[in-house]
Every structure is written in C-alpha cells, then in structure tokens.
Design a protein around this ligand. Structure first.
Ligand code: IPM
Ligand code: MG
Length: 364
C-alpha cells in the first residue's frame, strides 16, 4: 500500500464545499486501489486573515513542502474586498505559487460532447475542442518589481513591472513541448512581440527551445489574435503557452468554451523529479463564489477533476486519475447537472449529490 500526504486548503466561500466532495471521491479511490491518503488541513485566505491576521501563514507553506500535493479550494469574498487593505485573501494563492516555485499552470479545456449546447458558442465551432493552456505562473506583471503606488504633485501614480528572464521562459517552454508530445504535437506560443520587449525575448526563447523538439510544431501568435482565435476556431489549438497575465485572461475566456467555470480543473507545477512527478497545487479555476456559498449549489466537478490531475501529476497514479475522469464523464452523460450547467432535460442535483454520484461511479 502506498501512502501519500495531501494538504487541504479549503479557503473561503464555496471552497470548503467543493473540497469536501473531492475528498469523498478520493476516499473511493483509496478503497478501490488500496492507497492511503493522509490529510492535513490548513486555514488560508480570508478565513486566515480573520483568524491569524494574514492570508498565508509560513506554517502552511511548510506543511505544503512536507506534502506530495496541495488541494486548494478558493479564496476571497466581499468581507475582505477593500483594494487598499494591507492583507488580501489572494495573497494565499499568489504566495503558495511563488514560495513553492510552481511556475507552470496547466489548464485543460475540453468540451464534453453532452454539454456542447451549454456553451454560448455554436456547436460547429466547438466540436473537437481539446486544448491545454499553460500559463507561466511566478513571473511577469504579478511579481515584477517595482510594484507600488505613490502620490505626487500630478496626483496618484502606480507601477507594475513586466519582467522575465530567459530561464523562466525556458522552463515553462519545456513543460509545453513535453506535454505536446503526449498529445497532438502542436505548441502555440502567445506573446505581444510587436510591442513588448518581454514578448520579443519570449518569442526568441520559444523558438530556441522549440528547435530541441523537432517533432513538435511551433507557431507564434499575438495575444490579441489568440483571444480572437479562441472563439473563432478553438478546436485548432493543442497546447498554448503564455506569460502570467495573458494566461490569466485567456484561461477565463477558454473556460467559457466548456460552458462553465465549474468544470475547469487546474494544476500548478514546479520542478519535476526524474519519474515526472513532483509537488503540485491543484485547484478549480473558479473563485470562491460568495453569492452562492452555503446554498449547496456549487459545482464540485472542477475540484474533483483537479484531484484527478493531482493523482496523475504529483502522485503518479494514472489509472486512479483516469477512473475519476471516467466517473465524471459518466455522471455528465447520465444527465446530472448542478445549476451552473443546467440545461433542457437535466437532472438537477446539489453539490453533495453530485459528489456522491461521482463517488459511486469511482467505487464501481
Ligand atoms: C486565477 C485567479 C488568480 C490569478 C487571482 C485569484 C489572484 O484569477 O487563478 O486565475 O489572477 O492568478
Ligand atoms: Mg484568473
């Protein structure tokens, strides 16, 4: 029997509700495949601000380092929304990414055939859409210095800095090319090389790394064109790789191809061991949705699918990950829907019921 340590950070809003369902599904995996998952739970985000005065305690980061993986809910809410506050719930996710060195964020976008009419786009446009967006996660505008606000005679001033080193670009490119090799062998590198110096360097480095993967086709496109192509011909993409801020924006757009943010998992990865595994943080890409917190409406599938990615990418448990993904597919095919993905003829269920349906199907 293998034992794995998993840190749970449920966070705020619907975070705890969706994490609870993922843990239920993981319990079925433990039982069916004979693993032991040892959980530790840490308070983060707004809840941690209330309790400890900061969104991410050093103890939490230390606990993450001792774990095989972190399963992260969501952070934030109106209570902590003052943009001028010294501490913000978002510090929790940004701090985790930076301090654990999780530089590559994988966001798969697949349109489930049974949900294709859920999207605001036409069926013909969406058919065959299956891509992974890799967002660089620890550089760029989010972390570049200087980053500050001040005031002078001309009024309020503010600066953020977009900065990348070639090493930062190289390592995320390797993740993209390696991933493409297991897929359709196509990488689209997204930049703003017509305007930004960082974009020019990004493009150069992408080309250099691409030369090491002659079997993978590389194309470069500008970020504004990418935003357009995502809704015009989404099925043409295989692996997209881009810098932090562009990736943040493009992945919300790409998520809508699938009909709901409630279906979208993500993995944030750092350096890998020889066997390909390594610590990672797994989270749904939706936020804490304070407007529906506590109402049993949240869709737990993004978190459940994130748990599947965790099994595959940090624990090396491929068959177990595939079992969860198959169970989610089967649940969708059987017509079960939470309110966010409800459509004609759907069997409407709440958060806990959706979790239970997937759990049953994993248990077999
Ligand atoms: C995301 C979110 C975060 C980000 C926020 C919550 C800081 O939008 O994971 O995409 O901007 O990275
Ligand atoms: Mg975002």
């Amino acid at each position: 029997m293998s034992t794995f340590r998993i840190l749970l950070t449920p966070g705020d809003g619907i975070g705890p509700e969706v994490i609870e369902e993922a843990v239920k599904v993981l319990a079925a995996v433990q039982k069916r495949f004979g693993h032991e998952f040892q959980y530790q739970e840490e308070t983060i985000g707004g809840a941690a601000i209330d309790r400890y005065g900061l969104a991410l305690r050093p103890e939490t980061v230390a606990a993450a380092r001792q774990s095989h993986a972190v399963l992260f809910g969501a952070v934030g809410g109106p209570k902590w929304d003052d943009p001028r506050a010294a501490v913000r719930p978002e510090d929790a996710i940004l701090g985790m990414r930076k301090q654990l060195g999780l530089f590559a964020n994988l966001r798969p976008v697949r349109v489930h055939p049974a949900m294709i009419d859920q999207s605001t786009l036409k069926r013909e446009t969406l058919e065959g859409t299956d891509m992974v967006v890799i967002r660089e996660l620890t550089g760029g505008l989010y972390f570049g210095k200087p980053k500050r606000r001040w005031e002078n005679a001309a009024g309020r001033q503010a600066v953020d800095t977009l900065r990348y080193s070639e090493r930062e670009v190289e390592r995320v490119m390797h993740v993209a090319f390696q991933l493409a090799r297991g897929r359709r062998n196509r990488v689209t590198s997204v930049d703003k090389a017509n305007v930004l110096r960082t974009g020019q360097m990004w493009r150069e480095v992408a080309t250099e790394i691409g030369a090491q993967y002659p079997d993978v086709e590389l194309e470069h496109i500008l970020v504004d064109a990418c935003a357009m192509y995502l809704v015009r011909k989404p099925a043409s993409f295989d692996v997209i790789v881009t810098e932090n801020m562009f990736g943040d924006i493009l992945t919300d757009e790409a998520a809508m191809l699938a009909g709901s943010m409630g279906m979208m998992p993500s993995a944030s990865l750092g350096r890998r061991r020889k066997d390909g595994t390594g610590i990672g943080l797994y989270e749904p890409i939706h936020g804490s949705a304070p407007d529906i917190a506590g109402q049993r409406k949240a869709n737990p599938l993004a978190t459940i699918l994130s748990a599947a990615m965790m099994l595959r990418l940090s624990l090396g448990l491929e068959a177990e990950a595939a079992a969860i993904e198959a169970a989610v597919d089967a649940t969708i095919l059987d017509g079960y829907r939470t309110p966010d993905i409800e459509g004609p003829g759907a069997r409407l269920v709440d958060t806990a019921k959706m979790g239970a349906l997937v759990t049953e199907r994993v248990a077999g």
